[in-house]
Each structure stands twice: as structure tokens, then as C-alpha cells.
Design a protein around this ligand. Structure first.
Ligand code: UDX
Length: 475
């Protein structure tokens, strides 16, 4: 089926790539000319695992095209709107891009169109879309509006699109439901050539849930807000664990064994970031406020999350006493591993706070440094974790990239000025790090000091090195 996708961001690019992958003929439009020309010349404007290859294959097979919005409106019977809905100052979602696309469709399209809102939008946006389409309808357009929220996690969005737990469609006609079922048929039956696995691990076929538009819109905000609430809950418990000397990872493990709770999203840390949770929680609170409903529970979720940065900086102060003039290696800038996205990343607020106290910050991130430069122009960007750690008074871990699990601690020990790791993502087993001669502070767990044997080893190593230096100078 010919399908149009409007917007080539993290959601739009995954949507057009995966719809092409399952056999549709997709036209994707992007209003950012620079991004569009990159895509037309086969250059990816963002990092998302596997996406580049899926897009390349689709373009080569002639099932994926990039161009302007007008062309997209003419192209497909179904038009997926995947434009950004960033937060306004008051927390409302900014729907101006959505409104602009709706107007463009109404003014240009004729015949039938299924207009699908995939961007995360407040409940009742679908009814606003309908009103707008009829208000600007110039060419006798016959249309349906549907909500089809995305449940994509950055870093695994191709996997999440092709192997979802559920596909939710909010529709106002049987025609729209039927068309969406046709579009998603290969995914519903899991019958397509998967670009990720030679033989796809057998999964339960996804549930194709048909609701009204408003319920579908609410499923998205409610799901994200619930996940954010789980994270703030375990972060709240982590603070108590630090005071009473319990281990929050054990508490989370014990809780997660209850299938009603589940182990996922109970990892304590420096807080949730990204372009979804922070803005979706804000938007949900605003929707409730405007509807006269009390969502103070979610306001607490937000407050707990916002406090994580200050609580983490306090750990740094406790360890360094004076932050001014200290060299701090920041490992990780992206809001989570396997993405280059730094939007609403905890790293941004943390680094700004450390710099405000006069720290000399040297950062390393495998993918996100380019995108971080506009938010953090005045820090040093390093080529690897060791360069960031040179002469460091502390290593601060903000994003749990796998690369950091492979570092050579012996080499690091001779690189840093002071053997201190403050880990905002509980990447390591404390005792392991102390064996390498580092003091290790983490979240919701006891801090550990370097083991005596490690100190002896390190002192021994230093003595040997000093002796070698003396021998060399005598020679
Ligand atoms: C989220 C939802 O998971 C996804 O379903 C929705 O479609 C879009 O928003 P995403 O924002 O890409 O996906 O990342 P996610 O993996 O959910 O992590 C969000 C933030 O929560 C990250 O900053 C992550 O570090 C943090 N997090 C996640 C925790 O702090 N603890 C956890 O246990 C899980």
C-alpha cells in the first residue's frame, strides 16, 4: 500500500523504515531542509541501531522516498503524522506542527485519506484534527482520523516497531480500523522478513487493540506516566536505602519477582530523561488540570525526578568537599545508552550544575557528543573514557553505555588524580571496583572504600614505577 509519513525524527524515520520493511511503498517528508537533503543523499541525521540499514535497504528496493510535505500528501491513502510535540513553557504540548500538517492536508488532498496521529498528543487531539480538516477542506476531501500511538524506546525502536506487545488504534469508523489492520497485517501475524534476526525469536503475536480515538491517546500518556512513576518510586526507595544501609538493587529484585510489579523500570539512578517521559508526564498533568482532575501523584513523580540531579551533585560535593577547580570526568551524555539523543538528558542539568560550582568537566559519550555541544559548548569533549579520566578528581557515570563495562581499571587507576567513581546508574558491583583501588559511590547502596589489598597493590605498583623511574634516570 502507498503510505505517507510526515516528519523524519526518531519516530517518523522508524515508522517509514519499518512500514517499508514489511512491504509498503512509503513516502516520507521532512520540513527541515538540511535534514531532508541528508536523507535524500543517504546520510542519517540521527543514530538509532539498525535504522540506517533498514532505510538503506528500503531505498535501494525503491520502497522508500524522501521529499516535501506536498508530495507526501499526494502520495498515500494513509498519512501518518509523526511531527514533534515539544512542551510549551506551561507544560502543554505544542501542537502547532500537527495543526500545520492538518491544514496542509485539508487544503491539498482530494479523494479519501486516513489521517493517523502517531505523534504523542493530548487526549481529544483527534477531535481537534477532525474539526480542522473539515474547516479547511477545500477539495471535497473524504477522510477518517485515527490515533496510533507509538510505543518505541530509543535505542530499540526498530525492534519495538516490528515486534510490539500491542498495536493500539483509536478510530471513529470501521473503514479506518480495516485500513489500519491491512497496513499492520504483516506485524500482527509476524510474517515479514525481519532485518534484525535471521530467525525471529518466536514471540506472542501482538494484540491489535481497536478503541475510540480518545482512549488510544490516553493509553499512550497513561503508559508513559506509569513507567515514569515506577522509576520515581524506586528512586524514592533508593534514598531511604542509603540512609538505613539497605541495598536498593536487592529491594528492586525482590519487588520485581511479583508478576504484578515486574522487574522492568525499577532501576534507580540519576532520573529519567529523553523526549518522552519528562514531557509526557508534564502534558498529562496539564490535561488533567484543564479537566479539573487532581493528578498531584504525577506532580510528585516529576518532583522526585527533578530532585535527582541536586541529590547527585550533593554526592559529588560530599566526596570532593570543594568542587571548584576540580577535574570531573563525565562518562555518558545521552539520556540512555544506544542513542545519540540528549533531549532532557540528566547529563545536561548535571554538567551545568557542576560547572556552576566551578568544576572543570571533561566528557565522553560514544554517540551523543555532537548533539550535546549546543547545550554544553564550554566543556572538553574527549575521544575515550581514559582521556576524560586523565588527572580526574572524580569519574561520574551518567549513562550506562556497555563500553564502560569493558574499561581497564588498572590503567584508569594510573590515569586519575584521585581514585573515586560516583555512579549515577549503578553499573558495577561495588566490591569489584573497590578491588581495583577505587572508592565507589552509587545509588541506593552503601559506598565502598578501596580494599586494603588493592591499596597495597597500587602502592606496590607505584613504588615499582618510581623505582623504575630512578633506575632510568641513574642509567
Ligand atoms: C519511553 C517508553 O519506554 C516508550 O515505551 C515510549 O514509546 C517512549 O518513551 P524512551 O524515552 O526512548 O522510551 O526510553 P526509556 O528506555 O523508557 O527510558 C526513559 C528514561 O528512563 C531514560 O532516561 C532511562 O535512563 C530512564 N530509566 C529507565 C530509569 O532511570 N530507570 C529504569 O528502570 C528505566
Amino acid at each position: 500500500m502507498k503510505i505517507s509519513v510526515i516528519g523524519a525524527g526518531y519516530v517518523g524515520l522508524t515508522t517509514d523504515a519499518c512500514l517499508s520493511q514489511i512491504g509498503h511503498d512509503v513516502f516520507c517528508s521532512e520540513s527541515d531542509i538540511d535534514k531532508l537533503s541528508k536523507l535524500q543523499s543517504g546520510v542519517m541525521p540521527l543514530f538509532e541501531p539498525h535504522l540506517e540499514k533498514v532505510i538503506e535497504d528500503a531505498r535501494r528496493s525503491g520502497r522508500l522516498h524522501f521529499g516535501a510535505t506536498a508530495e507526501a500528501i499526494d502520495w498515500g491513502r494513509a498519512i501518518f503524522i509523526c511531527v514533534g510535540t515539544p512542551p510549551l513553557a506551561n507544560g502543554d504540548a505544542d501542537l502547532s506542527a500537527i495543526e500545520g500538517v492538518a491544514r496542509a492536508i485539508a487544503k491539498r488532498a482530494s479523494g479519501y485519506r486516513l489521517v493517523v496521529e502517531k505523534s504523542t498528543v493530548p487526549v481529544q487531539t483527534g477531535s481537534q484534527l477532525r474539526k480542522h480538516l473539515s474547516k479547511h477542506n477545500t477539495n471535497g476531501l473524504d477522510y477518517d482520523v485515527a490515533s496510533n500511538p507509538e510505543f518505541l524506546r530509543e535505542g530499540s525502536s526498530v525492534e519495538d516497531f516490528l515486534h510490539p506487545d500491542r498495536i493500539v488504534v483509536g478510530v471513529d469508523s470501521a473503514r479506518a480500523a480495516q485500513l489500519l489492520r491491512e497496513i499492520y497485517e504483516p506485524i500482527i501475524t509476524q510474517r515479514f522478513t525481519c532485518p534484525l534476526h535471521a530467525d525471529c525469536p518466536k514471540r506472542n503475536d501482538p494484540v491489535f487493540l481497536v478503541t475510540d480515538t480518545g482512549s488510544a491517546e490516553l493509553i499512550k500518556h497513561a503508559s508513559n506516566s506509569f513507567l515514569a512513576m515506577k522509576i520515581s518510586f524506586i528512586n524514592m526507595v533508593a534514598n531511604l536505602c542509603e540512609v538505613v544501609g539497605a541495598d536498593v538493587t536487592k529491594v528492586a529484585q525482590g519487588m520485581g519477582l511479583d508478576p504484578r510489579i515486574g522487574p522492568a523500570f525499577l532501576s534507580p539512578g540519576i532520573g529519567f530523561g529523553g523526549f518522552c517521559f519528562p514531557k509526557d508526564v508534564q502534558a498529562f498533568i496539564r490535561i488533567a488540570q484543564k479537566s479539573g482532575c487532581d493528578f498531584s501523584l504525577l506532580k510528585e513523580v516529576e518532583k522526585i525526578n527533578q530532585r535527582r540531579i541536586e541529590e547527585f551533585v550533593e554526592k559529588v560535593r560530599q566526596e570532593l568537599w570543594v568542587v571548584r577547580g576540580k577535574k570531573i570526568a563525565v562518562w555518558g551524555l545521552a539520556f540512555k545508552p544506544n542513542t545519540d539523543d540528549v533531549r532532557f538528558a540528566p547529563s545536561i542539568a548535571l554538567v551545568k550544575s557542576l560547572m556552576a560550582e566551578g568544576a572543570d568537566v571533561r566528557a565522553y559519550d560514544p554517540e551523543a557528543m555532537e548533539k550535546a555541544k549546543s547545550d554544553l559548548p564550554n566543556i572538553s569533549y574527549c575521544s575515550d573514557p581514559y582521556q576524560a579520566a586523565e588527572g580526574a578528581d572524580a569519574i561520574v557515570i551518567v549513562t550506562e553505555w556497555d563500553e564502560f563495562r569493558q574499561v581497564n581499571w588498572k590503567r584508569l587507576r594510573s590515569t586519575v588524580e584521585h581514585p573515586l567513581v560516583i555512579d549515577g546508574r549503578n553499573m558495577f558491583v561495588p566490591e569489584e571496583i573497590s578491588r581495583h583501588g577505587f572508592r565507589y559511590i552509587s545509588v541506593g547502596r552503601n559506598s565502598v572504600v578501596p580494599s586494603q589489598s588493592a591499596i597495597a597493590d597500587v602502592n606496590g605498583q607505584r613504588a615499582t614505577e618510581a623505582n623504575e623511574d630512578v633506575q632510568e634516570s641513574l642509567a
